[in-house]
Design a protein around this ligand. Structure first.
Ligand code: GDP
Length: 367
């Protein structure tokens, strides 16, 4: 499964968020380097459509789809040179498919800030700089190779040399590789991809806000500053109050609506985080609906029917014959698969069918 790595300086609230996300009870201690092993949390993707589909199916169980979040601790100034948990941190971040950076926007004198100030933009810059420095090493190695190969007159190596020079300057300014304006030829894209740069991964931000201003973000200058930074990179920031989220996670689900209302929230902030991660990874959802279970499954946007079938079982992909597809809202309004069929709302699709977010599918396959 695809995973999103949670990074940030110590004491910004990563573990608190992670624990609420996965409702795993790892320790959130008030000192740096507390979470040494990265924790992988399997996180449910919230989706209102599941309950609605089940309102006409009445299945034995409802199974949402999931994505993985990884709590990556140990990043401090100097991490790229092995400070703190430097190397361990870097290998964990390399394994993540996308990155979310947490910026501390809450003031609390009981919670030490590693750099003695609350300034999420500076925090984010510190973290980004460490990642840029590590990427600079990678780019420098690639540049050396391209230069050595210069005599061979290989056009790909010449292009690699140009790209590495552009990237070096960009990274040296503390700017992530994903924001660099590079040539977009097939070769250029391959050259960049082969370097597996940490700062080329898709990324977004979480602003960890105090309880007092979560319902009034205009009044939180830290949030506004972080939002501006995210948007300047073509990214975005999701506001969350980690302290509230950990309380929400511990509540009985039936008590949550009242709690959310009293906090001035429409839904848990983490739902926004999960949806953002899902979208950033280019993922979408389809459903299967039978008496045993109503279930959500994940595919890449653009996946065709056999690939989607393969998410359920590899045999479904190998033996794929056809897909019977309904739109989830048609199923809910008309009330059953039979009614959809009668109304001409059940399409028979073949191998080339491109899945839509919200399809309810029944695959036919040979075994
Ligand atoms: P990490 O080092 O980034 O993983 O940070 P933790 O999640 O361990 O949090 C560090 C400390 O800050 C803990 O004592 C948390 O209880 C506290 N903390 C986290 N989020 C919030 C918040 O939103 N408000 C307040 N007041 N404290 C928080």
């Amino acid at each position: 499964a695809l995973s999103i790595g949670i990074v940030g300086l110590p004491n910004v609230g990563k573990s608190t968020l992670f624990n609420s996300l996965s409702s795993a009870k790892a320790e959130a201690a008030n000192y740096p380097f507390c979470t040494i092993e990265p924790n992988v949390g399997v996180v449910v993707v919230p989706d209102d459509r599941l309950e609605k589909i089940d309102s006409v199916i009445h299945a034995d169980r409802i199974l949402p789809t999931t994505i993985n979040f990884v709590d990556i601790a140990g990043l401090v100034r100097g991490a790229s040179k092995g400070e703190g948990l430097g190397n361990q941190f870097l290998s964990h971040i390399r394994e993540a498919d996308a990155i979310v950076q947490v910026g501390r926007c809450f003031e609390d004198s009981n919670v030490i800030h590693v750099e003695n100030r609350v300034d999420p933009v500076a925090d984010v810059a510190t973290v980004t700089m460490e990642l840029c420095l590590k990427d600079l090493e990678t780019v420098q190695k690639r540049l050396d190779r391209a230069r050595k190969m210069a005599k061979s007159n290989d056009p790909k190596e010449k292009l690699a040399g140009e790209i590495c020079e552009m990237l070096s300057k960009h990274l040296d300014d503390g700017k992530p590789a994903r924001t660099a304006q590079l040539p977009d030829s097939v070769d250029a894209v391959a050259i960049v991809r082969e370097m597996h740069l940490l700062t080329a991964k898709p990324a977004f931000y979480i602003a960890n806000i105090d309880e007092g201003t979560i319902a009034n973000l205009d009044g939180n200058k830290h949030f506004q500053a972080l939002k501006q930074l995210a948007e300047s990179e073509g990214s975005f920031v999701v506001p969350v109050c980690a302290a509230l989220e950990s309380q929400i996670a511990e509540l009985d689900p039936k008590d949550r609506p009242e709690f959310l209302e009293s906090a001035g929230l429409k839904e848990p902030g983490l739902h926004g985080v999960i949806r953002a991660g899902y979208k950033l990874l280019g993922l979408q959802t389809f459903f299967t609906a039978g008496k045993q279970e109503v279930r959500a499954w994940t595919t890449k946007i653009g996946a065709k029917a056999p690939q989607a079938a393969g998410v359920i079982h590899t045999d479904f992909e190998k033996g794929f014959i056809k897909a019977e597809v309904m739109w989830w809202e048609d199923l809910v309004t008309l009330g059953s698969e039979a009614k959809c069929r009668e109304a001409g709302k059940l399409a028979i699709e073949g191998k080339e069918y491109v899945m839509r977010d919200g399809d309810v599918v029944h695959f036919r396959f040979n075994v």
